[in-house]
Design a protein around this ligand. Structure first.
Ligand code: SF4
Length: 342
């Protein structure tokens, strides 16, 4: 069992891992007792690591195996959407890195536990296209588009690396879907010290990306679609590739600098400074082409036209909707003897 434990402790969703916890006879109440403070500490550390984006290797199987459930309980007591999303992404990336080192036989156990139906076909994995649509279409890179994959008789063929990314995504969604759990107040109270520490860090994090508030640009006149995209980022949601493209080109067109645009993306749970800078610079002209904000028709096609209102009538591009708002404001100001809107 010891050798097996060394293997399974990194994968909290495996049936064997759950069985191990069940068979241990350690209850939720027990974990909050003094004797288990190391497990509480480790559970908290996992969440703080996700907030800091720092990865530590924890390799004490007996302790780690309980620290996942402890982290889930703490997240459930805090009930913060952004924190759960951030943790889910960080934790799923950790599992991906572990899976890369596993053999195919073990990967089979992983995919069954995550409910992804797959089969090996020589060096590739094939998964049913419904599973692919479920987990692969959220990936931003165009290489994940179904049209760029080999599809045969309802199955999508993937390299091992791509298949593990699908499992990563399935695990990320599972955490997002499962949390928050229904945890009794009494248990949350017993973990108060650790929970307060996490909340403090979370508030610092949120304050750092809320500091930037469009001081120079008149965001009141942003079209509803752009307001929606910004609010999604601030809520900690990942927005689609087409949404990022539209928002970046729009913000650049209304006069925001590259650094200012990058700051907005900072609150995304998967923020990666280097990648974001590359994308923002590319869209705003580093390649020699400055991309214009997509038209309303394109926004509709990609599902990014959200909140269309009365002022969207007769405009064909979100920029037109922005200028329309500015013009309206200008005429009101002139009427009232005030100055130009910014
Ligand atoms: S109609 Fe155009 S400007 Fe208005 S919400 Fe849709 S995409 Fe945005």
């Amino acid at each position: 069992m010891r050798v097996e434990l060394k293997k399974i402790y990194k994968y909290p969703f495996l049936e064997e891992t759950k069985d191990y916890i069940r068979d241990s006879d350690i209850s939720l109440e027990d974990i909050t007792e003094i004797g288990f403070s190391e497990i509480l500490e480790r559970g908290k550390r996992r969440i703080l690591d996700a907030l800091d984006g720092k990865e530590h290797v924890y390799d004490k199987p007996e302790r780690e195996i309980f620290s996942y459930s402890t982290a889930n309980i703490m997240l459930s007591c805090i009930k913060d959407d952004y924190l759960i999303k951030r943790y889910a992404l960080f934790e799923s990336k950790r599992v991906y890195k572990s899976m890369v080192k596993e053999d195919d036989k073990f990967i089979e156990r992983v995919d069954q536990s995550l409910g992804v139906r797959s089969e090996r076909d020589n060096k590739e994995y094939k998964i049913h296209f419904t599973d692919y649509l479920r987990y692969g279409t959220g990936m931003r890179d165009p290489r994940w588009k179904l049209i760029n994959k080999r599809v045969c008789k309802g199955y999508v063929y993937l390299s091992k690396e791509n298949f593990l990314r699908i499992l990563q995504e399935a695990y990320r969604r599972k955490i997002n879907d499962d949390l928050p759990l229904n945890v009794p107040d009494e248990i949350c109270k017993r973990m108060r010290g650790n929970i307060n520490e996490i909340k403090k860090k979370l508030n610092e994090k949120k304050a750092s990306f809320m500091r930037y508030e469009f001081s120079e640009i008149n965001k009141d006149h942003f079209p509803p679609c752009m307001k929606f995209l910004v609010s999604e980022i601030k809520r900690g949601s990942n927005i689609s590739h087409s949404g990022r493209f539209a928002l970046t080109s729009f913000l650049s067109s209304v006069g925001m600098s590259r650094d200012e645009i990058i700051k907005i993306y900072r609150s995304s749970p998967d923020f990666d400074e280097e990648k974001t800078r590359y994308q923002v610079e590319h869209i705003t002209g580093s390649s020699g082409t400055v991309y214009r904000c997509p038209s309303c028709a394109t926004m509709k096609t990609y599902g990014n036209c959200i909140g269309e209102d009365e002022d969207c009538r007769w405009v064909s591009n979100p920029m037109g909707r922005y200028y329309k708002g500015l013009k309206k404001q200008l005429s009101t100001n002139l009427h009232q003897g005030a100055g130009y809107p910014r």
